[in-house]
Design a protein around this ligand. Structure first.
Ligand code: BGN
Length: 328
């Protein structure tokens, strides 16, 4: 049964089968939460479909006292059993405090029921340029591993996405997993075959292998498609489970799409070596530790990002190994 966690491929045909297995296995494991040092079960006792509470909240409304005493600075250590993975949940953020409260109130109990060790990091863009989701996720990852060096799984998560079913497991498999497959806004249909926005889970070593996300996408659109292309070009498949990966999206005004995204996407996989985790220049302005999250307030300059990418590209070209000469 434990191998179930290691299933590293899901395709359309498999997805139905997997849903069946999940429901059988979750019954078998119901109330079978072993204690102490034994490994947590792959399929813990879960609720299935959840009620979604989208009503506006004050911080004091979030029933902090109901959250586990093992939750501190947004970080939770599982004590019932040995968690299988250590998740860094990274939330790119600006001006969405109302959503953050609703999200945190909803997500903590789910992650705890799923028996993970995890940390929630909100990465706030302080500069006034257009939102840069990719750079924020990269910064979140770099700062998270300074916090806990043993994060094995990176989960990027938009703050407006609420999972509707806790059988949608927040864990990493050998190949990246897309979480926000079916969204109410799109009538619970996948936006398009290569869609990898919203929320997804990528093993930390895979995230490093692909050099994280591009830092070049300012404004709405394209950075998630670029991430998809990066993963594909490194030989990874995107896994999706049907049925349980359902989400309610919170309402907000939509940002204008960035015209630059088409060109950036076209050059994406070629740029990935020098545009990502290895070319970030940012300032960490403050770190706020709250019971429910850690928030990094950061700033970065467009011109610095561009300059660093140019510099990286030039130096990588210079250091490219020369083709061996052949002699007859
Ligand atoms: C797509 C966007 C994604 C976005 C989804 C869902 C682009 C690139 C165009 C070539 N992609 O259209 O970034 O997550 O819509 O809203 O704009």
């Amino acid at each position: 049964m434990e191998n179930l966690c290691e299933i590293d491929y899901i395709n359309k045909k498999m997805a139905k089968e997997l849903d069946k297995i999940y429901s059988v296995v979750s019954n078998v494991f119901k109330n079978d939460v072993s204690s102490g040092e034994s490994l947590c079960p792959c399929m813990p006792s879960l609720k299935g479909r959840l009620a979604i509470d989208t009503t506006p909240k004050y911080w004091s409304d979030i029933r902090k006292e109901d959250f586990s005493i093992h939750l501190k600075n947004g970080h939770f250590w599982q004590t019932q059993c040995r968690a299988r993975q250590h998740l860094a949940i990274i939330i790119p953020f600006r001006d969405r405090e109302s959503h953050l409260k609703i999200f945190l109130n909803h997500i903590h109990p789910i992650l705890q029921r799923q028996l993970h060790n995890y940390g929630i990091y909100v990465v706030e863009q302080a500069n006034n340029d257009e939102f840069n989701r990719g750079a924020l996720i990269n910064i979140g990852y770099l700062e998270a591993i300074k916090d806990h060096s043993d994060y094995s799984c990176v989960i990027f998560h938009d703050v407006d996405m609420l999972p509707e079913d806790d059988r949608n497991l927040y864990n990493c498999l050998d190949h990246p997993k897309h979480l926000t497959v079916l969204i109410n806004k799109s009538n619970y249909r996948l936006y398009y075959r290569t869609y990898f926005g919203g929320a997804g889970a990528i093993k930390s070593d895979v995230f490093e292998e692909i050099n994280g996300m591009s830092n070049s996408f300012y404004g709405w659109g394209g950075e998630d498609d670029d991430l998809y292309n990066r993963l594909k070009s490194h030989g990874y498949k995107i896994l999706r489970s049907s049925k349980v990966s359902r989400y309610t999206m919170l309402n907000h005004t939509e940002a204008d799409a960035a015209p630059s995204r088409f060109n950036l996407l076209r050059m994406g996989t070629r740029r990935s070596k020098y545009d990502g985790l290895n070319s970030l220049r940012y300032k960490l302005l403050s770190t706020k530790r709250d019971k429910l999250y850690t928030k990094f307030r950061v700033t970065f300059k467009k011109s610095n990002i561009r300059r660093t990418i140019r510099y990286k590209r030039k130096s990588q070209k210079k250091n490219k190994p020369q083709k061996a000469k052949t002699f007859k």
